[in-house]
Structures are given as C-alpha cells and as structure tokens.
Design a protein around this ligand. Structure first.
Ligand code: SAM
Length: 312
C-alpha cells in the first residue's frame, strides 16, 4: 500500500485533528486513503467522507477502505463542491476536515497525466479527467501575455516573459504535446544547474492553472468553516508557498489576531473581531521531522496548519 503514496506527517495530522469517538470527518484529498484509513482506525464510530476527483485514487482508496463498510463514504468530487456534495449525502455539519494538498506520489510517477517533466507523457495534468482544458490546450492556445501571467503568478518564475516567448515561437513551427518536448523548449538556453528549478516552477504553474487549484482551495476553506461544528478542527498540509499563504491568510482573517497598536485601525476594517470563527492552533506551521524527510523526501516541503472552530 505504501507504494501508492506515503502519508506525510500522519501522526501530527491526527494529533491536530483530535477526533472524537464519533462524528463526521472529511478527508478532502483522499489520494491513496492513508489519512482516511488512520482516521477510521483512530475512532470506533466516526464516519469518514473522502473527496477525490482522480479515478485511480478513488479505486485504490475504495478497495483499501472496504473493510470499514458504511463508515467510509467516497465522493467523486472536487473539494470546492464540499457543501453541495455533503448536502446530497444529508450532511449539514462536520466534526473535522483534513486537506493534504497537491498530488500523490502515484500521480507524479504515473505516465498517464504528465505531471512530471522527467517522464515522457502527453501534456495533460488534469487531476479530474472531466475538466475541459488540459495543459496541452493551454500551451497551444494561450497567448504570450496569458502564459507569462500564469508562469509568474502560479510559478513565481522570474523569467516568465522569455519562457512564454520561447513557447509561442516553438509552437509556431511544431505542436508541443508532450512533457519532454515542453521541457526541451523551456530549458533551451538555460544554464544546466538552473534547469530543474525552472522546470519545477513552470510545471507547477501549469498544474495550478489546469486544475484551478488556488481558487478551489479558497472556496473550499470557506465552505469548511461554515460546516464545522464548534470545537471541530481544520488541518491543512501544504507543499508550496502559494497554497500555504492562502491557508495562513484565511486562518488570520477568520481568527482574532493580536494586533500591534499601530495595526489595529487598519486591520479592524478587514476583520470583525466579534465574528471570529477560528482559533489558530499552530502559530507557526508544523514541519516534518528530519527522520521523516530522510525516509520520505517528498515530505520535505510540507507545512501543516491547524485551527479550531469557535463561536458555535
Ligand atoms: C497528496 S494526495 C493525498 C494523499 C493522502 N493523504 C494519503 O495519505 O494517501 C492529494 C490527493 O488529492 C486529490 N486532490 C487534489 N486537489 C483536489 C481537489 N480540489 N478536490 C478533490 N481532490 C483533490 C489528488 O487527486 C490526490 O489524489
């Protein structure tokens, strides 16, 4: 089972989630079902509802969790549809929710959706095959300005402009339809020791654009806080700064931060203290131990933030 995906910071996630013996818990990013299984084992009566849009994850986790019978419910939906999908199951309140953002090792290593620039595959990147636009269409159809914008915004790539230009020039003579072809176009003329980081940033940007990852996260966090019962916890593990910033800002805005004297007036306009809905449990994000990183290098960039629902 460990081969599909090794769960990251699992003991820390469970500790922050502080499950009760019963209740409804959401695993918003089911993946290989590593978190969901641990949540089901950690409590005798709790139900776990798992969201994922990837058919391979749905199939793998369903088989892994079948011994739990009706205590596990699979929802084949984006976590941006949290409220609506739970309403269809008759669930109006939840007791906790976990997000393990990004992609699983299985998705990175498989050739089918082309997430890795190291593996030759069709340019796709859709975590949900029902999505209309894949990375191939973006690379073929976005104009230079749009490409530059997404590389800058979602990849924080300093050479967004020149890279966008190279793509537009290259596609005029030959379509760019595979990961390795795109990687060759991007890295042309780039110093050898800079190639991997540039490719990581551009591939990250494309994945975020294809899957609307940041918009979906913002929308889902908002819905989760509405659904959480008093005392219910929200635990989020993020793997890059754009995601982590969204979580951090969301928690800040939903909690009652301690303002410095000079900040009070400006912040009060943005935050209505009496309406705080969260208490932040992690002043600084938790990170994996050295030992975990040595065992599972993919954990190295993880940042865990947790908050508790208040005011209910
Ligand atoms: C890092 S993996 C989760 C691994 C899981 N915690 C485990 O222990 O096996 C992230 C999973 O979330 C899914 N995912 C990413 N964004 C999603 C979204 N917006 N809605 C639903 N699932 C999503 C991916 O398809 C992937 O399977």
């Amino acid at each position: 089972m460990g081969e599909y995906h090794t769960p990251v910071m699992l003991p820390e996630v469970l500790e922050q989630l502080a499950m009760r013996t019963d209740g409804v818990y959401i695993d918003a990013t089911l993946g290989g079902g590593g978190y969901a299984e641990a949540m089901l084992l950690a409590s005798n009566n709790a139900r776990v509802v798992g969201f994922d849009t990837d058919p391979a994850a749905q199939a793998f986790a369903t088989e892994r969790l079948q011994t739990f019978g009706e205590r596990f419910i699979l929802i084949k939906e984006n976590f941006a549809k949290l409220k609506e999908a739970l309403a269809r199951e008759g669930i109006a309140h939840i007791d906790g929710v976990v997000y393990d953002l990004g992609v699983s090792s299985h998705q990175l290593d498989t050739t089918s959706i082309g997430l890795s620039y190291r593996i030759e595959a069709p340019l796709d990147m859709r975590l949900d095959p029902r999505l209309a636009i894949s990375a191939k269409e973006i690379i073929a159809e976005y104009d230079e300005q749009e490409l530059k914008r997404i590389f800058r915004k979602y990849g924080e790539e300093p050479y967004s402009g020149p890279i966008a230009r190279k793509i537009v020039q290259a596609r005029a003579t030959q379509p760019i339809e595979t990961t390795t072809k795109l990687a060759a176009v991007i890295t042309e003329g780039i110093r050898e020791d800079k190639k991997n980081e540039t490719l990581s940033r551009i591939f990250q940007a494309l994945r975020i654009e294809v899957n609307r990852e940041l918009e979906n996260l913002e929308s889902s966090l908002e819905q989760a806080v509405e659904l959480l019962a008093g005392g219910g916890r929200m635990v989020v593990v993020a793997y890059h700064s754009l995601e982590d910033r969204i979580v951090k800002e969301f928690f800040k805005q939903e909690s009652a931060p301690e303002f410095g004297a000079g900040e009070v007036k400006a912040l009060k306009e943005r935050v209505d203290l009496s309406r705080a809905r969260l208490r932040v449990l992690t002043k600084k994000p938790l990170t994996p131990s050295e030992e975990e990183i040595a065992r599972n290098p993919r954990a190295r960039s993880a940042k865990l933030r947790a908050a508790e629902r208040i005011g209910r």
